[in-house]
Design a protein around this ligand. Structure first.
Ligand code: NAD
Length: 478
């Protein structure tokens, strides 16, 4: 009897792979490990298993991910609000459902081909391997769902670095997704993380040789960190979206849309309206309508009292020997980020009903409420004399983030001029900001909007490498 050596080798490899898989499953708690080394090793192994599956099977796994997160959208939202102390359960539920339903899957991967006298050349989008994804406290489940679907659809595995203040929500989302993938016949540990996320663990993950690509969703520090890590990096950073309203807008609709957008999840979304720039002739009418649609107007000393509560202030001492006046630097008091308008108002002795979703006030163009990314339902309104001044100020207060801008106008020239001047990744016209990520607006959704590195609204194809396959003198059939 002859022994087929290649068959024996194949069976041995399969048995060893299965043993390794069982070891990984046993060592992890639904994808959660003690050390970064373990989390990366398990994700690397899982990605090798994923590579063996067909795209059709990959899509079955994606459907299971959509289903489990949609089924648990409310639970994850409640958990996030409780754990982080930020946001609104109803809005977070909607965001989880949105990420589950409208994040593109494998259909996002497109091949290209050239055929001609020399044969056939094909470009395909292949996986990077294992991606390190750093997620924010403001979207602790949404980003995991959205990045998880997009990255796995592209054939990768993911090691997540969740924000420590919302870690249980992020880790629970990872576990739910892994359980659903395994149930659907996929490998364990396509999504991993460590049980105790920290800055040190994130840094170890970024430097780990087993991580092929980094994706950071957060503020400027983390975007800079991934861009300095020496690997392919996608950075989705901060925004400070202005909403411009000119004299041609439907003022009532503009007021309603702006309050809906700015109060959505208590202003946590990076795309949410953070300041309004209104042409003077319509500003009073706009503010009057805003009050009809859930805004509470404060003025005078109440604005100063609010500033004392929601801002932190430190004095930048003049450099040694410098005689210049010390400069005041403002920051955002994190205790009020993502809090309800009602709660924030109660801190300055104002009591309002639950129906109040946002606080509005008229300020100067250089007020810290305008300059800082507050991420709370406090909306400053700046009056300007005309559209030229509005465009100039909008560009200035967006700080060159090139993230998101909103405009309410029926004048196509005005709309075009702002869009050209501000160069944002998302420009929403005559709708709440969330239309820009597919809520009441056309198009897919994402929770990782990569302005700094230019991928824009990320989807599966953003997490791929292009590969060219060339066949000369054949397969061109005409
Ligand atoms: P954050 O920057 O404090 O934290 C984001 C993540 O980065 C966390 O996991 C944190 O642990 C990590 N991190 C922070 N500094 C780091 C460093 N120096 N090195 C390594 N890791 C670091 O942001 P946040 O408060 O969690 O989220 C809010 C911010 O994120 C806002 O600025 C918002 O605009 C932005 N954001 C952007 C997008 C987008 O798609 N562009 C989406 C959501 C939030």
């Amino acid at each position: 009897m002859t022994i087929d050596q290649s068959l024996i080798a194949k069976i041995t490899a399969e048995v060893l792979a299965r043993v390794q898989e069982q070891k990984n499953e046993a060592a992890s708690d639904g994808g959660i490990f003690t050390t970064i080394d373990e989390a990366v090793a398990a994700a690397r192994f899982a990605q090798q298993q994923l590579k063996k599956l067909s795209i059709e099977k990959r899509e079955i796994l994606i459907q299971a991910m959509r289903q489990v997160t949609s089924d648990n959208a409310g639970l994850l939202a409640e958990m996030a609000v409780k754990e982080s102390g930020m946001g609104r359960v109803d809005d977070k539920t909607l965001k989880n459902r949105l990420a589950a339903a409208k994040t593109p899957g494998t259909e996002d991967l497109k091949s290209e081909a050239w055929s001609g006298d020399c044969g056939l050349t094909l470009i395909e989008m292949g996986p990077y391997g294992v991606i390190g994804s750093i997620t924010p406290t403001t979207n602790p489940s949404e980003t995991v769902i959205c990045n998880g679907i997009g990255m796995i659809a592209a054939g990768n595995a993911v090691v997540f670095s969740p924000h420590p203040t919302a870690k249980n929500t992020s880790l629970t989302t990872i576990k739910l997704l892994n359980e659903a993938i395994i149930k659907a016949g996929g490998p364990a540990n396509l999504l991993t993380a460590v049980a105790e996320p920290s800055l040190a663990a994130t840094n170890a993950m970024m430097q780990h040789p087993g991580i092929n690509m980094l994706v950071a969703t957060g503020g400027p520090a983390v975007v800079k960190a991934v861009m300095s890590a020496g690997k392919k990096a996608i950075g989705a950073g901060a925004g400070n979206p202005p909403a411009v309203v000119d004299e041609t807008a439907d003022i009532e609709k503009a007021a309603r849309d702006i309050i809906a957008g700015c109060s959505f999840d208590n202003n946590l979304p990076c795309i949410a309206e953070k300041e309004v720039i209104a042409v003077g002739s319509i500003a009073d009418k706009l503010m009057a309508y805003m009050q009809r649609y859930g805004a509470y107007l404060i003025s005078g000393q109440d604005i100063d009292r609010l500033a004392a509560v929601i801002l932190t202030e430190k004095v930048e001492l003049a450099a040694a020997g410098c005689t210049e006046k010390p400069k005041k630097i403002y920051g955002v008091n994190k205790n009020y980020v993502g809090k309800d308008a009602k709660y924030i108002l109660s801190q300055i002795g104002i009591s309002v009903p639950d129906s109040i979703r946002a606080i509005i006030c008229e300020t100067s163009a250089d007020h810290p409420f305008v300059i800082e990314e507050l991420m709370m339902p406090v909306l400053p309104i700046v009056q300007v004399k005309d559209i030229d001044a509005a465009i100039e100020l909008a560009v200035k207060v967006e700080h060159g983030n090139r993230h998101t801008a909103i405009m309410h106008s029926k004048n196509v020239d005005h709309l075009t001029r702002l869009a050209k001047a501000i160069e944002t990744t998302i420009f929403v016209k005559n709708a709440p900001s969330f239309a820009g990520i597919g809520v009441g607006g056309e198009g897919f959704t994402t929770f990782t909007i990569a302005g700094p590195t230019g991928e824009g609204l990320t989807s599966a194809r953003s997490f791929t490498r292009q590969r060219r396959c060339v066949l000369v003198d054949a397969l061109s059939i005409v």
